[in-house]
Design a binder for this molecule. Structure first.
Ligand SMILES: [Zn+2]
Length: 233
């Protein structure tokens, strides 16, 4: 999960600010104006550099939804219309059949095609606006995301594991795509392309699975350095 600077209220689209001025005290459920929602989503996607706030898949307006970092809780949250509480998460409108849930825990199964904001419901997960979000996870070439083994605080370990579980970050499709992103990164490194060029932002877009690709580059470089050191000793 890549850390994203939290949006400021005054960064929100003008059309949204005007709507809020006309609807004092309203909750998000009242926001039906398609143009306003479109402007909010486009602003969020752009500041996230076209990757999902949780899983880092490529997103566009047609493949994402507006996620509330503090869940709306049926309108009980006081932040349902705070731009600083919104992010763009993958998957627009899931169909009922996309979900496979464990009856008892309500947790979405890795066999589901659903993950991120839609899988989460109201469960507590790490916010991509929290500066420590990047340190909670590690990535392996199998394509799996896991709890960073270097974590020492139990609360952090639990939060990392809950985030993986409730966001379904190890869904079959995400594992497969993450694996490809990591292996493609290595292929490019083997061709001599510099990590900075592989991970570079192009036309405002970061490569999907940026964090996993970055890890792949770090592992590749450290293994090459180790081989180099052994050869030199
Ligand atoms: Zn996602």
């Amino acid at each position: 999960m890549r850390h994203i600077p939290q949006p400021l209220e005054n960064e929100s689209p003008r059309i949204f600010q005007r709507w809020k001025n006309r609807h004092r005290g309203a909750k998000y459920a009242r926001l039906k104006d398609g143009d306003v929602k479109k402007a909010i989503k486009e602003a969020l996607i752009s500041r996230q550099k076209f990757i999902c706030c949780y899983c880092e898949t490529r997103i566009s307006r047609g493949t994402s939804h507006i996620e509330h970092i503090e869940p709306q809780l049926g309108g009980l949250s006081a932040k349902t219309l705070d731009f600083s509480n919104m992010a763009a998460s993958c998957i627009r409108e899931p169909k009922k059949g996309d979900y496979i849930r464990d009856e008892e825990s309500g947790v979405v199964s890795p066999h589901s095609t659903i993950h991120c904001g839609h899988a989460r419901g109201s469960h507590r997960v790490i916010s991509p606006y929290d500066a420590k979000c990047e340190s909670l996870f590690s990535y392996s070439f199998s394509g799996e995301i896991s709890v960073n083994p270097d974590l020492t605080e139990v609360a952090d370990k639990n939060l990392a594991q809950d985030s993986i579980t409730y966001l379904n970050l190890n869904s079959e499709s995400l594992i497969a795509m993450r694996k490809i992103a990591m292996l493609e990164t290595v292929k490019m490194l083997e061709k001599g392309i510099a990590p900075a060029d592989i991970l570079r932002e192009l036309s405002g877009k970061l490569p999907p699975f940026y964090s996993a690709a970055k890890t792949a580059a770090q592992i590749f470089n450290s293994s090459r350095n180790t081989v180099g050191n052994t050869a030199n000793s």
